[in-house]
Unconditional design. Structure first.
Length: 365
């Protein structure tokens, strides 16, 4: 049921204030987070030698977004694996590892094969999925349902933001016994209930993103530069544009810019730079300066009120978004890029909900 919307992807993007609310429902307490599916396993997780996140596509990107906070709060090394690559390499895994499998459908073949592999190696296997009763939910030792509601559009949108919030809550639960991060932890827990309101605010950019899409109808290629908490936003924003608008786009780590991508910069190639306020802000300011000096066609995403301080010239387009805690900022920042991908697809006349060659759930290798 699409209701008042033309497409499921559009509905699911606009549903995010609600899906995030249901993801958090019953799980927040005063200064605490309770994940029913993990509480008996937190001790084992805290004693693990490493936390490995494993997934494909958007689910992998969600884990990438959550990694910095997971490392900060757990004090445990956190690594990431694309499920197919872990299998191709037969990567090293130990009994002392916690392997966290992230999958909206819970039925992705590569992710399930990686789960078999981790089970054989004796790791604690944790699932993060949207699908109750899925193979992932049944075969993992424990886990968390993201409760985002059924996602129908092939391009994952609301599941992505709910996955990030679940992994942030997981980090908060794991970090409950660590003194040094207590005040930050409590500040994040107390800001979570307001996150859906901030998402409603950023959804008001819908028309602005449609205008931006109109200006990009003819482009052959698009780059997205992010770093820190928003490296994932760059990868995920580019993936959305690629898969639904059928436009080549690449997300890049801004720290790698001088190691190759800078050669691509000219007046025609649009480059989205994510420069919201966090510890990486000044580094992103200098990236913008360098791209501007090479006459790059810039689109800058920044925090509300920062447009004049981050934009080097009138020609630079700005996307201003509400500021939230650094670990939650990826939830806000992806929304304008989801809207951009959606509008670009509609304007180009492509199928939004069933992109060419793709299936909602990839159950073969
Ligand atoms: C559970 C109930 C929820 C109820 C709440 C009340 C279910 C599915 N959830 O939610 O309806 O409102 O208690 O306290 O009945 N699991 C895995 N692997 C996964 C995902 C989950 O093993 O990939 C396991 C968990 O470890 C847990 C169970 O499935 O044992 C349910 O997980 P979840 O729905 O996240 O738990 P609650 O939030 O406590
Ligand atoms: C992108 C997309 C895919 C999936 C990937 C994993 O929008 O939907 O990249 O994220 O196929 O699917 P799940 O999360 O179901 O394992």
């Amino acid at each position: 049921k699409k209701g008042n919307y033309d497409h499921f992807m559009q509905k699911e993007i606009h549903e995010q204030p609600h899906s995030l609310t249901t993801t958090m429902r019953g799980r927040l307490r005063a200064n605490d987070v309770v994940l029913g599916g993990l509480k008996d396993h937190l001790k084992t997780i805290r004693h693990s030698r490493r936390i490995i996140f494993i997934g494909c596509g958007t689910s992998y990107n969600a884990a990438l977004a959550a990694r910095p906070f997971m490392e900060e709060l757990s004090g445990i090394p956190v690594t990431l694996e694309l499920a197919s690559d872990l299998l191709d390499r037969q990567g090293v895994m130990y009994r002392e590892d916690t392997a966290v499998f992230v999958s909206q459908s819970g039925e992705t073949a590569d992710t399930l094969l990686a789960l078999e592999y981790a089970l054989e190696h004796g790791a604690l296997c944790v699932g993060i999925t949207n699908t109750v009763g899925s193979t992932l939910a049944r075969k993992t030792h424990c886990g968390v349902h993201i409760n985002a509601g059924c996602e129908i559009g092939v391009a994952s949108t609301k599941a992505y933001t709910s996955q990030i919030v679940v992994m942030v809550m997981m980090a908060l639960a794991i970090g409950a016994d660590k003194i040094s991060t207590q005040s930050k932890r409590e500040a994040i827990i107390n800001s979570l209930p307001d996150l859906p309101n901030k998402v409603s605010e950023v959804l008001k950019l819908d028309n602005e993103m449609k205008d931006l899409a109109e200006s990009l109808i003819e482009v052959q290629s698009l780059l997205v530069f992010g770093r820190g908490y928003n490296y994932a936003t760059a990868l995920e924003g580019a993936l959305k544009v690629k898969e639904v608008a059928l436009t080549h786009s690449e997300g890049m780590l801004a720290g790698e810019m001088k190691h190759g991508p800078l050669a691509l910069v000219d007046e025609t190639l649009p480059i989205i730079v994510i420069a919201t306020r966090d510890a990486c802000f000044s580094k992103q300011q200098s990236v913008i300066q360098q791209l501007h000096a090479r006459k790059g066609r810039l689109i800058v995403m920044c925090s509300n009120g920062d447009a004049s301080s981050v934009c080097p010239s009138e020609s630079c387009r700005v996307i201003e978004v509400p500021q939230v805690a650094d670990c939650l900022q990826p939830v806000i920042n992806i929304v304008p890029l989801q809207l951009l991908a959606y509008h670009l697809t509609v304007l180009r006349g492509y199928d939004v909900d069933q992109p060419r060659n793709l299936a909602k759930s990839v159950t073969t290798q």
